[in-house]
Design a protein around this ligand. Structure first.
Ligand code: HEM
Length: 507
């Protein structure tokens, strides 16, 4: 009897199918000698397991990847002519595995047979890898951990090499190439029980083919799959690709690819930026509300282009790493936004924030915002573009947020920002499908830094919170003196504030 195959290519259906516990990866067909066959490997790794075994094996992989220093992945192993070998060797070295050169030679042989071809050479390569990793064959847990390590290298090998090959011809960032030429276009599942996807009934034993690539109807590609089995190596794949392509990160971009998220406090003038830098913050942002309010102007109404540029010029006099909140770019002409970005960069800015929210409470069309991002990246590729969507603030559905972020990412954004989003599930859903770092606005009522880090957030900004706090402190101090209350605040001294002058300032 032939098996019924159901195909899905719409984002909502594919995502629902990937999350459905009744749909599992096709289990390995045969058994093979433990520690010496691809069949044993497939029967022992997260990729082909389900239920409790999947959870246990996936945590092993995640723990292994958590040990990795992302910076190490950007330093590729020497080029011996074979890209797949180089990918695996870089990863094996970063993981501190024994004899990385021998490991790297064996893994591509296993990768060729991982999805089901019989190959005695691949069985021999598994045996060699197990011998190199050296688990005690009688210790089941150690054998499972060794299989997990091999599985991780095998998963990384072909897909990452394909990405590097596709990106090598041009200068598009790997995150964008992934969308255009996804290395993994489909994935399969079988139904262990009757279920329903997108209203279509699926009988027990039926097969399901899921298309992960984006198309015109599906703006949110799932090139790395989706929870609970989303690729745990997606950040690693992009770091490996950057390294192998010789794409260096700017110092500011690097702060978004560390083990802990970048906490970015927002300043409104030189003294507030310098005071924050003096406390060891590696970078600061500006707050458009603070800049506008200080100048007696409205925020978000494209009224502060001159004040914003002026602040960038002052901040740019020193060594401070800073990024500028430039509302929607103060124009709906992408060429004008690109010109502003060029001037900000010339002034010393390392990044720019561009938002799609408008003063009248509507959103700029996603295509227009994407055109601004592309124009800025074309004019100043080194400037880190953080593309902000105000969907959440406007109460739009999470799907609209995900769709807009995918479009902005595709347009070349280096990071994306969803102010107002604070529910852990919504954040986790976005970080699972995003390729670029997600920025969240800290909310005193929302998750703390540690939880945001756990959820995969890479940058946490404070927005206008510090400016508003400073206003509150000023007013509270004045009213305390007037009303005879004690003055609570330990303010910096006159001399300390004098030290926050911009270099080269003349009196
Ligand atoms: C561009 C490169 C890569 C692409 C496109 C990619 C894509 C994917 C996809 C689509 C899945 C899910 C498959 C499914 O659910 O059916 C997956 C799973 C997996 N990937 Fe990646 N991957 C890449 C690189 C890597 C790297 C570098 C690593 C390790 C460092 C890795 C480790 C894994 C593992 C262990 C799984 C299985 C997870 C599980 O079943 O829970 N991948 N990958």
């Amino acid at each position: 009897m032939t098996q019924t195959v159901h195909e899905f290519d719409q984002y909502t259906d594919v995502r629902a199918a990937l999350a459905d516990p009744a749909l599992v990866p096709p289990p390995p067909a045969e058994d093979g000698p433990a520690g010496a066959s691809v069949a044993w490997l497939r029967a022992s790794v997260a990729r082909f397991s389900s239920g409790e075994a999947h959870r246990r094996r996936r945590s092993l992989v995640e723990a292994e990847l958590a040990r990795l220093d992302p910076a190490a992945l950007r330093n590729p192993a020497p080029d011996d002519g074979d890209l797949r070998v180089r990918v695996v060797r870089t990863l094996a070295e970063a993981l501190g595995l024994p004899e990385p050169a021998a490991v790297a030679a064996a893994v591509p042989v296993v990768a060729g047979a991982y999805f089901g071809h019989q190959d005695p050479a691949a069985d021999a390569a598994v045996a060699e890898l197990v011998a190199l990793l050296g688990p005690d064959p009688k210790d089941e847990a150690a054998m499972e951990a060794a299989a997990g390590r091999i599985g991780l290298l095998v998963q990384a090998c072909d897909a990452t090499a394909a990405l590097v090959e596709a990106a090598a011809g041009g200068d598009a960032p790997p995150a964008r190439v992934l969308r255009d030429e996804p290395p993994v276009r489909t994935t399969r599942r079988v139904a262990t029980a009757a279920t329903r996807i997108g209203g279509r009934p699926i009988a027990e034993g039926d097969a399901v083919l899921l298309r992960l690539a984006a198309d015109r109807d599906n703006p949110v590609p799932l090139v790395f799959g989706a929870p609970p089995r989303v690729c745990p190596g997606r950040a690693h794949a992009l770091a490996l690709a950057d390294g192998l392509l010789g794409r260096a990160l700017t110092p500011f971009a690097r702060l978004h690819h560390q083990a802990t998220p970048l906490l970015l406090p927002n300043a409104w003038d030189h003294a507030s930026a310098a005071a924050l830098a003096a406390q060891g913050f590696p970078a600061v942002g500006t707050t458009s509300l603070g800049v506008a309010a200080a100048a007696g102007l409205p925020d978000g109404a494209a009224a502060t282009a001159a004040a914003t540029l002026e602040l960038a010029r002052v901040l740019g006099r020193g060594p401070l790493l800073f990024t500028v909140d430039a509302e929607g770019g103060f124009s709906d002409e992408p060429a004008e936004v690109a010109e502003l970005a060029r001037r900000l960069h010339e002034a010393g800015a390392a990044g720019i924030n561009l938002e799609d929210g408008r003063a009248d409470g509507t959103l700029a069309p996603a295509r227009l915002h994407a055109a601004k991002i592309t124009a800025v990246k074309a004019a100043v590729p080194e400037l880190f573009v953080n593309a902000r969507t105000d969907t959440h603030w406007l109460g739009l559905r999470q799907e609209e947020t995900a769709a807009r972020l995918a479009v902005y990412e595709q347009a070349g954004a280096d990071g994306v920002f969803v102010p107002g989003l604070s529910d852990p599930e919504g954040i986790a859903e976005l970080t699972a499908s995003l390729l670029v770092p997600l920025n969240i606005l800290y909310s005193p009522a929302g998750p703390g830094l540690a939880e945001l880090a756990e959820l995969g957030v890479r940058r946490v900004s404070l927005g206008s919170l510090l400016y508003r706090t400073a206003l509150a402190a000023a007013v509270d101090t004045a009213t305390a003196v007037r009303d005879g209350r004690p003055v609570g605040l330990a303010a910096p001294s006159y001399a300390q504030v004098q030290e926050f002058q911009a270099p080269g300032a003349s009196g």
